[in-house]
Design a protein around this ligand. Structure first.
Ligand code: TPP
Ligand code: MG
Length: 700
């Protein structure tokens, strides 16, 4: 049968996955450019003109395919460090990439703050990449949730990439679970090159194939493909994209690729790969096989191919020369973009006067009221965590009252605002914080809860390496102003080791994070409102023992009542000793002060409640110590290397000549909180401990 021109065209279209010659050639250009950039960077690193290099060699085909199915500046991308060709396809230029390699101030991804290949572009929606291998997965879930939240009919999809090694991280599984539960428009792209540095697949993944392991996830559209084959990759990604864009739920594309160079320039793969294995990998090199295919198919002739290669060499050379001439970041820029330059939560703007109405309310009641009022005011606020909803089975609410948090702080919020804005999550703390980060990156205002401070640790990587770094590492390009509410502390008579922990100092040590710890209902209300209206990530620590204490209640101070961060409150004035403290110890310090003053007529003790721990009110501490000349720093947390150590050191450093006695500290014994009340009392600081130390210091 004679072939008509029309059917030839149709055959070609099918053979080339619907792509025309121009697009196929463009894909080759991108793949080749990516490789030349890697090679150029490697040469520059060897000449000590750049400081790090990690290549994408071998991953280019699936990368270019992914870039072609995404809509730049519309879809959202959480790339992996091997994704140079993906970023080139989306529109990052070779010059921009080289600016990051040289660490130039003008590097648009990070301003010279991040290593090369840590991609980021606000305008292209490439979210600033970090180095931890699995953190991106749960953030991408939050990003996809934001697309859904913004518009039920949104066509936006999010793509998150990772390696075979990264699939071993818990966050990968937490992300898959959340994405499938919510049927999110999220494509997981796993670029499986068979190695995580030197660890081969059979030592990494049970059974040796991640596709098999994820097969049980419901409604997860899966594709396993040769990622060195551009057209096969493109077909797989097109299908995954169509599945996600049409709202059918998440997809996972498992692409088998090769890592043609060592892990990075700090690694030598000849130590763990045989020559035969390396030869086998190089035979699959897409930057060789794809142009060969184009020539064999008559899409490109050899001469045209050579011209393209030559052009790219020129472009990369020019870009490198230009990048090398750019200035490095100024020394004075080191502290820029740690915090928002749009909203300053320490400013006088947040110093609102209370306008009291109603009966005194507990801390729980006022926290709940504040959340409600802020949610009414700002439709972008969402509240989620373990058990925070009234009832996940909404229909039951006709019959039952609902839970609303293990401490009831969020009670009634789901009933008022609905399950889109207030919902329970799986029991997965890294995912709770990671999802919040993803949502906040998209401009939503997540107020997430970690149920107990004792269980915050699975989220530590998200908090320290992500939440607190994203603004700084992207040089202000991205931010994640999440409020993370966390019940903390002991004095519970039975809380034991795992329901009594403090440890706030682990977080005050993190640049870029605000840490707040109110001691009473009024401050909790004003500080939570400031936290929500601020543009920085805030760890909001709620002391469990103080939730329902009658002594710290307050009438409602008004719907716009805020308290600036970094403003201490002098809860009692005095002349010859200062106790600086916060949280549950504020009341104990007051009691101790009154006890000592009753016995000792000369004693006059000032008590300062710091209220926010980062930033803290140094001016208030200094003014008080200059007046009293004696100071105790007291807290519930363990004493060694504690919050008090920093304050004591600074007082000794800056106020040495004002002191009439050594700086004293009071805190918990350096151990865990015991279950039996007698043990707990012996471990945590008590009124008597504070009174004893006050007497000793006054007598010094
Ligand atoms: C959480 C974390 N642990 C360890 C590392 C160090 N590290 C960097 S890359 C890497 C291997 C990653 O392997 P894979 O995900 O397969 O990606 P590939 O490098 O093979 O593309 C390791 C262990 C890291 N960056 N983050
Ligand atoms: Mg790998």
């Amino acid at each position: 049968m004679a072939t008509t021109p029309a059917s030839t065209e149709r055959e070609k279209a099918a053979r080339y996955a619907g792509l025309d010659a121009e697009t196929l050639i463009r894909a080759f250009r991108i793949m080749h450019t990516a490789r030349r950039l890697d090679d150029r960077e490697i040469a520059l690193k060897r000449q000590n003109r750049i400081f790090f290099q990690i290549s994408g060699a071998g991953h280019e085909a699936v990368n270019a395919a992914a870039g072609l199915v995404l809509r730049p500046g519309y879809d959202w991308i959480y790339p992996y460090y091997r994704d140079r060709a993906l970023c080139l396809t989306l529109g990052v230029t070779p010059y921009e990439m080289l600016l990051q390699a040289v660490g130039a101030a003008d590097d648009p991804a990070s301003g010279g703050r991040q290593m090369p290949s840590h991609w980021g572009s606000p305008k292209l929606h490439i979210v600033s990449a970090s180095s931890p291998t699995g953190t991106q997965f749960v953030q991408a879930v939050g990003c996809a949730e934001a697309s859904r939240f913004r518009g039920a009919k949104s066509q936006e999809i999010t793509l998150v990439a990772g390696g075979d090694g990264a699939t071993s991280e818990g966050e990968f599984w937490e992300a898959l679970n959340a994405a499938c539960l919510k049927q999110l428009p999220l494509v997981f792209l796993i670029e499986d090159n068979g190695y995580a540095i030197s660890v081969p697949l059979e030592a990494q993944t049970a059974g040796g194939n991640i596709s098999t392991l994820v097969a049980g996830f419901p409604r997860l559209f899966r594709q396993e493909v040769d990622g060195t084959d551009f057209l096969a990759s493109y077909r797989a990604l097109r299908e995954a994209e169509a599945h996600c864009r049409s709202g059918q739920g998440p997809a996972l594309v498992h692409a088998h690729v090769v890592r043609l160079y060592s892990h990075s320039l700090s690694d030598d793969e000849r130590m763990y790969k045989t020559a035969a294995e390396r030869k086998g990998e190089s035979e699959r090199d897409p930057v060789v096989t794809f142009p060969k295919f184009l020539v064999d198919e008559g899409i490109l002739d050899r001469h045209a191919l050579q011209l393209i290669v030559h052009d790219i060499d020129e472009e990369v050379h020019e870009a490198a020369q230009q990048a090398l001439r750019q200035d490095p970041p100024a020394r004075e820029s080191a502290m820029l973009h740690l915090y928002s330059d749009r909203v300053d939560p320490t400013s006088a703007e947040f110093a609102a006067a209370p306008d009291f109405t109603g009966d005194p309310k507990t801390m729980v009641d006022l926290l709940n009221a504040t959340l409600r009022e802020e949610m009414r005011r700002n439709p972008e606020i969402v509240v989620f965590g373990e058990d925070v909803a009234d009832c996940s089975r909404e229909e039951n609410l006709a019959e039952i009252k609902g839970k609303g948090g293990v401490f009831k702080v969020t009670a009634g919020l789901q009933i008022e605002f609905g399950p889109q804005r207030v919902f329970n999550t799986p029991l997965a703390e890294a995912a709770i914080v990671g999802r919040a980060i993803g949502m906040a990156t998209r401009g939503m205002k997540p107020v997430a809860e970690v149920q107990f401070f004792d269980y915050i640790w699975p989220a530590m990587m998200q908090i320290r390496d992500e939440l607190a770094t994203v603004r700084w590492r992207s040089n202000g390009g991205f931010s994640s102003p999440v409020v993370l509410r966390v019940p903390i502390g002991g004095y519970l008579n039975g809380g034991g080791v795992y329901h009594s922990q403090c440890g706030e100092v682990e977080f005050t040590h993190i640049p870029g994070l605000r840490v707040v710890m109110p001691s009473n209902a009024l401050d909790a209300c004003g500080l939570l409102r400031t936290a929500i209206r601020s543009d920085d990530p805030v760890l909001f620590l709620e002391h469990k023992r103080l939730y329902r204490e009658p002594y710290n209640r307050s009438s409602h101070p008004g719907r716009d009542f805020t308290i600036p961060f970094g403003r201490a409150k002098t809860v009692k004035t005095g002349r010859n000793l200062t106790i600086v403290t916060y949280g549950a110890v504020v009341q104990k310090a007051l009691q101790a002060a009154m006890q000592v003053e009753r016995i000792n007529q000369e004693a006059s003790i000032e008590v300062i409640d710091l209220r926010t721990l980062a930033p803290y009110d140094w001016d208030a501490v200094r003014a008080s110590v200059e007046k009293t000349n004696r100071v105790i720093v007291a807290h519930e947390d363990t004493i060694s290397w504690g919050y008090g150590a920093e304050l004591a050191a600074r007082i000794a450093d800056e106020l040495f000549d004002k002191l009439d006695a050594p700086v004293r500290r009071v805190g918990a014994l350096d151990t865990w909180v015991g279950y039996h009340p007698q043990l707990e009392n012996a471990i945590l600081p008590q009124v008597e401990d504070l009174a004893r130390e006050a007497e000793r210091l006054l007598a010094y």
